[in-house]
Design a protein around this ligand. Structure first.
Ligand code: AR6
Length: 379
């Protein structure tokens, strides 16, 4: 039960059904998905569509796949032509996705590949079309009964099929820059502080408090001669000294605030995911959808606690559970992982976590745009 973005030619997808973007009377276009599919499927497809004759905007019809052997069916849909967004384009586009998904389900498809409908000849803005596509697919996956599963591929053909807005990109770059510059400054500062030769050379910087603290003693042989230690304890009248010393209370471990309870929970990575689900009132199914993972993958993780999950799956769980930064670090730590500023994927994810932007499809779109591995279960 997952949604995958891939860059591919739709006619090359190995799935139960692929989707064609056609027009109301199935007049084959000269370029785009329609032309590609007709070319690959052969003349039988044209004949089959002529028999159907018509398909209104927002609907879909299904045919055999003819010469395309990598799939069983072709679902043909008619997307809206985009004018200015005020002609019901969004609703019509949503209706395309709903029709496709329900047709595929009706035919018992377990896997489906859909191109970015209307974003070619029909000029639908790509980022907007992407978010409509992903939200419709997620809604559909969430509505499936527990014993049904479907793998949906959103097939993006060319590099700017989606064109993540420059705004998002530059925001992350700026965040990375700021974070990095801050850390870099901190690193430089501590390096400078620890560099004795710099000091000997007379850099006249006002010393910080810890500069004048004695250095830590090396762990060497025990000292037998007692050194005179100045007595700084307050004077106690001798008659108040008890003969038997009372047991010294052992300090209780530092209690965490109610919000920090998760730190005291002794569970494995997968068990902790379940703990967070019940803590946050997220159903398992919502978790799988929000994390873009499937049940089988999660159960595998749970049943093999010694097997370290893939980092992209672990990060997907963090996103699916809507954890804040500290909670994320705690959960990842249970699988021996962390968020590192040296990995681009980690930085993208950290940026989203800090901004509380947990839409897995938006995150994956950005990772996709950066040619990075996507989060969640991908075939
Ligand atoms: N595989 C996957 N995606 C593709 C492929 C491919 N082989 N070729 C193009 N795309 P379009 P529309 C992308 O024009 O906007 C036709 O002539 C492409 O980059 O195929 O719904 C029909 O007959 C774009 O992002 O479909 C209709 O009259 C997306 O697929 C009309 O055009 C959709 O581009 C439909 O226009």
């Amino acid at each position: 039960m997952a949604l995958t973005i891939v860059r591919n030619d739709i006619t090359k997808m190995h799935v139960d059904a692929i989707v064609n973007t056609t027009n109301e009377y199935f007049e084959v276009g000269g370029v785009g998905v329609d032309a590609g599919i007709h070319y690959a499927a052969g003349p039988g497809l044209k004949k089959a569509l002529a028999e159907i004759g018509y398909c209104p905007v927002g609907s879909a019809v299904i045919t055999d796949s003819f010469h395309i052997t990598s799939c069983r069916y072709i679902i043909h849909t008619v997307g809206p032509v985009y004018w200015d967004g005020s002609n019901g384009e969004a609703e019509k586009l949503r209706s395309c996705y709903r029709s496709i998904l329900s047709l595929a389900r009706g035919k018992g498809c377990r896997s489906l590949a859909i191109p970015s409908i209307s974003t070619g000849a029909y000029r639908y803005p790509k980022a907007e079309a992407y978010s409509i596509a992903t939200s419709c697919i997620r809604e559909f996956l969430l509505s499936l009964p527990d014993d049904e599963d479907m793998m949906v591929y959103l097939v993006l053909f060319d590099r700017d099929s989606v064109a993540v807005s420059e705004k998002v990109d530059s925001e992350v770059e700026q965040y990375i820059d700021e974070e990095y510059t801050y850390k870099k400054k901190a690193d430089l500062h501590s390096h400078y502080k620890g560099n004795r030769s710099e000091r000997r050379r007379g850099h006249n910087r006002p010393y910080d408090r810890d500069d004048i603290l004695p250095s830590v003693r090396p762990y060497g042989k025990p000292v037998f001669m007692e050194e005179a230690v100045p007595d700084v304890s307050p004077a106690i009248p001798s008659d108040s000294i008890p003969v038997m010393s009372a047991p010294v209370p052992v300090a209780a471990p530092e209690a965490h605030s109610p919000d920090d309870r998760y730190r005291d929970v002794d569970l494995s990575f997968a068990e902790m995911c379940e703990w967070w689900c019940s803590e946050k009132g997220i159903t398992k199914k919502e978790f799988y959808i929000q994390a873009n993972i499937n049940k089988a993958m999660f159960w595998n993780m749970k049943n093999n606690p010694r097997q370290i999950p893939k980092k992209t799956n672990a990060l997907a769980c963090v996103i699916g559970l809507r954890l804040d930064y500290d909670q994320a670090i705690d959960l990842l730590g249970r699988a021996g992982m962390t968020l590192s500023k040296y990995y681009e994927t980690d930085r993208v994810v950290e940026d989203r976590i800090r901004k509380q932007m947990y839409d897995i499809d938006e995150i994956n779109l950005e990772l996709f745009d950066r040619d990075l591995a996507l989060l969640g279960s991908y075939a």
